[in-house]
Write a protein that binds this ligand. Structure first.
Ligand code: KG4
Ligand code: ZN
Length: 370
């Protein structure tokens, strides 16, 4: 089954073609990072306007790169939430238009579930190099999913395809948001995650920053860490920046302490939750999952296999949306024309919050993947 996946929930306009929920036939994205960099964060109106300009060329390029035309695609998938309403609506309406014009099924996808399904993706393989086994074959269910993005930090159990149960979440800032805010305090620019990772690579070890363990829960909290960064940045003459800029060595050391603190808490709690809930493997996704310190810490602490998509598939992309959609479609689900954007959707929720929006298109047990 060939799915065209469209993603426009935040500041990346993306589209991809994926075969059978796994094989990437094309994956196209335009980043708006430069547009928002001067504001130190995403400006929703600018994001929405840029999606309008980019969506048609990006979808065209995804089809062209896959060497396919619209009639050759089996379904059109699109992120319907969570995200910025004005951004989501651009991708959603594009998808509706394509589905209406082609007569192909339309399927709304939960962006957070999409981040988890990035772990299923692989590039087309040659005969001598077979496709890697999917996570449920490699490890078995249940799988523990750590989704760490700019807007969310969720720990969820995936008991079977599509059955997500959230066991922990952030009580305040998302991990990516913490990276972005800490980077701003250190004068490192936007997006903060890659900038902090780069600076931290040259950082000497310094006094550790505090960790919020949120004991007795699987929840996270990063706002205290952000305040600790502010105090340290003030004490060390990093913020506000002095004439001539802060000492790069001090910035690098603070970046390293911050990154170590985030990676330590995320990796330690995720590894412990895997034991507690009997998870057979861990999958990670979302922009912060691209972070090398987090990946290393999780691999060190976990007693079960950790499946980490390549960094480019951790950040927002259309392929993860097509990958998640494959499993919705296999269950016989499709969205109605009344599919709407759901900016506040949680990882557990169906993309169309009302069950009435999802209709069966095949008899139970039948397979439309052929
Ligand atoms: O998943 P994503 O692309 O978009 C959302 O759904 O939010 O995540 C974006 C977030 C940003 O906060 C960015 O700073 C962070 O992911 N990020 C990173 C890295 N690359 C992106 N954080 C830490 N280390 C990275 N290498
Ligand atoms: Zn995302």
């Amino acid at each position: 089954m060939i799915v065209l996946g469209i993603e426009s929930s935040c500041d990346d306009t993306a589209a991809a073609v994926v075969a059978n929920g796994r094989e990437i036939r094309s994956n196209v994205a335009t980043s708006q990072a430069e547009l928002h960099a001067r504001y130190g964060g995403i400006v929703p109106e600018l994001a929405s306007r840029s999606h309008v300009q980019q969506i048609v060329p990006v979808v065209r390029a995804a089809l062209a790169d896959a060497d396919l035309t619209l009639p050759e695609v089996d379904a059109i998938a699109v992120t319907s939430g969570p995200g910025l309403a004005g951004s989501l609506i651009v991708g959603l309406n594009m998808a509706k238009g394509l589905a209406a014009a082609s007569g192909k099924p339309l399927i709304g996808v939960n962006h957070l579930q999409g981040h988890a399904y990035a772990a299923w993706l692989h590039q087309p393989q040659t005969d001598s190099q077979p496709a890697p086994p999917p996570p449920e074959e490699l490890c078995g269910f249940p799988l523990l999913c750590l989704v760490v993005s700019g807007g969310h930090t969720d720990l969820a159990l995936l008991r079977a395809h599509g059955e997500f149960e959230r066991i922990g979440r952030t009580r305040d800032d998302a991990a990516g948001e913490a990276f972005d805010k800490a980077a701003r305090l250190m004068g490192l620019g936007y997006p903060g995650g890659p900038a902090i990772q780069e600076a931290a690579a040259h950082g000497a070890t310094s006094d550790p920053l505090p960790r919020a363990w949120m004991r007795g829960t699987w929840d996270f909290s990063f706002s205290g860490l952000k305040t600790a960064v502010l105090h340290r940045a003030r004490a060390e003459g990093i913020h506000p920046p002095p004439d001539g800029g802060p000492d790069p060595g001090a910035v690098a050391a603070l970046a390293r302490s911050f990154q170590d603190a985030v990676a330590d808490v995320l990796a330690t709690k995720t590894a412990r939750a895997a034991v507690e809930f009997g998870a057979r493997g861990i999958v990670i996704g979302g922009g912060v999952a691209a972070n090398s310190a987090l990946r290393e810490a999780l691999n060190d602490r976990s007693g079960v296999p950790v499946i980490s998509p390549p960094p480019a598939l951790c950040t927002d992309n259309g392929a993860m949306i097509a990958a998640a959609a494959y499993h919705y479609l296999k269950r016989g689900e499709r969205s109605g024309w009344d599919l709407d954007v759901k900016p506040g959707l949680t990882i557990e929720e169906a993309p169309s919050a009302s069950a009435a929006l999802v209709t069966r298109i095949t008899a139970p047990g039948s397979d439309i993947s052929a």
